[in-house]
Design a protein around this ligand. Sequence first.
Ligand code: 4NP
Length: 149
Amino acid sequence: MKILMVCLGNICRSPLAEGILKSKIERESLDWTVDSAGTSSWHIEEIPHKGSIAIAKENGIDITNQRGRQFSVRDFEEFDLILAMDSENYQNIVQLAKDKLQEVKVELLLNYAYPGSNMAVPDPYYTGDFQEVYDLLDLACANLMAELR
Ligand code: 4NP
């Protein structure tokens, strides 16, 4: 299974989602690939936001080796599942899909926490609430693993 987490900047939400899912995968010795990207080009090659680094570290997860990158149409071929943090990310990715097969790879991550809710992961770049984001991502990733493993 190859999973790509996507947000706007690839410095707050998706790097944390990548770190959380990778830590769960390692714990269960699953042979999955997890990566993350942003729909924007604003933070290419940057390290994650200090708030994301801190909340990850509090939970025993090191995300300091991650670097920002922008989503690319090649990711539709590379990944099985592309998980968007909010509906704007979802729309921005889906509009790059070349066919239905690519389009159906894109889902909202929080539908794994709250099925059918189409909830967004609130952006801590604006809210400053990294704990809330961690808790939502942790729940969604736990359910995702239970569903897909
Ligand atoms: P992210 O948050 O999409 O969760 O990484 C943001 C990061 C940076 C900006 C906006 C949102 N920005 O405007 O630079």
